[in-house]
Design a protein around this ligand. Structure first.
Ligand code: HMG
Length: 393
């Protein structure tokens, strides 16, 4: 039996800024952002979207009624939780109409959370072959206006259905991981923006990649020659390139791996960091944009979450993978976004749900997404499925 990613969906905000505009506003040479960091655009999250609505918008795209009935576990990876106690997965299960006989819970370990979810889902399906597990990765990356990290912000969600006989990526079931107590990036409970030691974090990322890659090679006896492509957690696209370059120098297929890497960054360069979803957006980007990959080709995946946890694992492309369909869905979403000026972005950035208590109502008519956040009343978040409201009207 093979187990892996059967379906994959992506959602990001309908708004973005251009990195040249941001560079000009911050008196920085645009090439630093475009080439040095490797980002073209960045999603800006409006007050009507949060990690729950983005996850619901990503998952609704891929789930059929049969999937909703058959899913017996909902795993929500996020470091932008909406409550200190209640799991975002419970809201998601309800919004999507997933069977109430499912387990639903949240996992946090910075950008690594969804990978823990994927691994748990694989083990679960191996034990229970008829089950389907929904794993979502949803986050909003915030460092603050006019900070060094501002160019690496972004946000969005990836939803994956893990099943037997998958139609996208069959996972090998072999992985190597490494964890250590590292203060490279964290977010104290009183803050909406991350605290980060930026250059230290990039060094640790590369160190964890090398450790897990070497361990994986030792465990599996595989080498770079066994891989058609590698995808990375991409806080910004240059980060993954640096990691890849740290191992490919002597490989016969170095040019091929670097060529494929380019495809794996196309969507991330348009969206920015979506924390735990970034690796999986990179996978989508590779699969949708590369025209040289074939069924059975092996792809390596490097997941990294600050604090820190790293994992390298792998899978092979399924025979039945439909590249055109995936590309159509993501291209349409990105093409329909609205560009903001930098003053508009700054206003939107500061307009979200406040950390302090109080009644809040947002104008949901300004957001055409299916799932939106209407506000907070009596300390309860109020989510709306606009499709359901239309049907009830
Ligand atoms: P910085 O100090 O502003 O940038 O911060 P820099 O001076 O290091 O320059 C960046 C690159 O641009 C350099 O290239 C420059 O040479 C180049 P490099 O030497 O690195 O190859 N450059 C130019 N290139 C072309 N034309 C020019 C030009 N000028 C300069 N004119 C930093 C950059 C990434 C540190 C900052 O944005 C930051 O702190 N970001 C947030 C932290 C981050 O993303 N860390 C990544 C690893 S940790 C991780 O991935 C986990 C994370 O996702 C969180 C989680 O797990 O939850 C972050």
């Amino acid at each position: 039996m093979t187990v892996g990613i059967d379906k994959i969906g992506f959602f990001t905000s309908p708004y973005y800024i251009d990195m040249t505009d941001l560079a000009n506003a911050r008196n920085v040479d645009p090439n630093k952002y475009l080439i040095g960091i490797g980002q073209r655009r960045q999603s800006v999250i409006p007050q009507t979207q949060d990690t729950v609505t983005m996850a619901a918008n990503a998952a609704a795209e891929i789930l059929t009624a049969a999937d909703r009935a058959q899913i017996d576990m909902v795993i929500f990876g996020t470091e932008t939780g909406v409550d200190n106690s209640k799991a975002a997965a419970i809201y998601l299960q309800d919004l999507l109409g997933i069977s109430k006989r499912a387990r639903a819970f949240e996992i946090k370990q910075a950008c690594y959370g969804a990978t823990a979810g994927v691994q748990m889902a694989i083990d679960h399906v191996f034990l229970h072959p008829n089950s389907k597990v929904l794993v979502v990765a949803s986050d909003i990356a915030r460092y603050g206006l006019e900070t060094a990290g501002e160019v690496t912000q972004g946000g969005g969600a990836v939803a994956m259905l893990i099943t037997q006989d998958p139609h996208i990526l069959a996972l090998d079931g072999q992985s190597a991981f490494h964890s250590d107590n590292i203060m490279d990036f964290w977010r104290p409970l009183y803050r909406q923006e991350a605290v980060v030691d930026g250059h230290y974090s990039t060094d640790i990322y590369i160190d964890f990649f090398n450790k897990t890659w070497n361990q994986y090679c030792y465990q599996t006896k595989r080498t770079l020659a066994d891989f058609a492509a590698m995808v990375f957690h991409l806080p910004f696209t240059k980060m993954g390139l640096k990691a890849l370059k740290s191992v490919v120098a002597d490989a016969d297929n170095a040019n091929q791996l670097l060529h494929e890497f380019d495809f794996s960054t196309q969507y991330n360069a348009e969206v920015g960091n979506l924390y735990t979803g970034s690796l999986y957006l990179s996978l989508i980007s590779l699969l949708a944009n590369s025209d040289s990959l074939h069924p059975q080709d092996r792809i390596g995946l490097f997941s990294y979450g600050s604090g820190a946890q790293g994992e390298f694992y792998s899978g092979t492309i399924a025979e039945s993978f439909d590249r055109a369909k995936l590309k159509r869905q993501v291209d349409r979403l990105l093409e329909n976004r609205v560009k903001l000026s930098i003053p508009e972005y700054e206003k939107m950035y500061q307009s979200g749900l406040p950390l302090s208590a109080g009644e809040v109502t947002f104008d949901i008519d300004s957001d055409q997404s299916r799932f939106v956040l209407r506000g907070r009343h009596s300390d309860q978040l109020e989510y709306v499925d606009t499709k359901k409201s239309e049907q009830n009207a």
